[in-house]
Design a protein around this ligand. Sequence first.
Ligand code: NDP
Length: 479
Amino acid sequence: MNSIDEWVDQLLHTNERAGVSRKSFLRAAAVGTMSTIAAACSTGKSTGKKGGPAPVSEAPTAGQPSSETVAASPAMKPQNTTNPEQPVKLEQWKAATERQSGPTPTPMPPDKRVGYAIVGLGHLALEELMPAFAQCKKSKVVALVSGNPEKMLKVARQYGISEKSCYSYATYDRLKDNPEVQVIYIVLPNSMHAEYTIRGAKAGKHILCEKPMANSAAECQAMIDACRKANRKLMVAYRIQYEPYNRLVRDMVRSNQFGKTKTIETVNVQNSDNPAHWRFKKKLAGGGALPDIGLYCLNTIRYLTGEEPTEVFAYQSSTPGDPRFKEVEEMVSWQMRFPSGIITNCLTHYGVHETRRYRVMAERGWIGLDPAFSYSGLKMDVAFAEKKAERRENVSLPDVNQFAAEIDHMSECVLTDRVPFTPGEEGLQDQRIMEAIYKSAKTGRPVKVPSAVKATRGRTASVATNKLDQFRGPLPKNE
Ligand code: NDP
């Protein structure tokens, strides 16, 4: 069996044969947003092959420049100064054993980027998304929508957005007259996703919608139908599916790196406060911990395996008298059965200190991410049987801004007229499974996940048990 280094090398070798360098591969894994971060990949151990203590640099060895390596001056080659898609090449100065930086970013010129309207200026929009646009290469914010004009004008000034491109919820539909806006990014409470998606599609705009897609499968279907009718793209903002660690785990699971995967355990829990917040109002949130953070357990397992669960079994509970959980649940613990025989254990909770991790358990080893669902700082460990011993490694990839990766994927789909990797159908499927989970918790019995859905473009399709990734678009390329 290969070491992780060798496994990554194999992947790289395949890509290199296709004319893709190691750096490009890692950029591909990161879906194109990591041009400002170190393009190094290392395992936290020494391999005989590479020698030296961790981290093991993956930089080209001295005297063997790769396509990305720049010779030391004065032997620097003349650069293509006109094509902005080519990175600027800089003189190399770090030893080959060190983590290498670059390549330099290749942002699209501002006038060529896809323009976004951000709807709902709350925690996610202001703390994560607006800053993430600075790391996007293909996307820019050109309009804002908010119920709070004072806050909106302040944000508009902070980010250089024209006051004329600031809208209220009442004037939202006027976005149709703003040609700068190509995509509407909906970052509102869950119950508002359906209405603003449908109105946005009617205004002729593509839609990027936060998770959970909506509060019911019926709403999800209506959103899909509205975007299809308007011939607009609809993507659900599943950032984990555009993040390189999870992408690597997915590839290892799909290639049976440690033999067949038999079970996956996932936990996404956190403590919460403020019963007055919309997250604790059933009408606005749709549910408690499950649709908000438990969804990551569900969606990530589906992403890693590519399979769809056929049956679920769940427990749900809330601390009696806790004002936070008068309307929504505090915790859900559930199992899912998949066609290949995989059975998974999932836990989500709103009343315990933060833990966000998973472990994929296969015949000869396991792969763990802890944290797995955080915005940054993901950590990956693997353990596998090697003869009579167990070998443990930690795998380190460059951190990327997951939001920038996800947003740029949407822009790429608009620019090249592609189906997003996480289209509306992906969000609908999660909603259907969550409805089965709630039903199981209520009835105390296992519940079959319905096997037929109204799928893409109006066709009714069965959930075939042998087809992987049936609700996803094409895997993101090196964007
Ligand atoms: P916040 O409560 O921080 O922000 C929501 C914003 O929606 C408010 O600031 C407000 O903006 C607007 N809004 C409009 N109507 C209402 C209303 N009736 N009650 C409350 N707010 C209203 O929520 P988050 O930013 O944390 O979450 C927004 C969405 O993003 C949710 O769907 C959530 O699930 C998702 N999310 C996704 C994450 C991810 O990692 N992908 C992480 C966190 C959240 P304004 O004042 O401008 O009108």
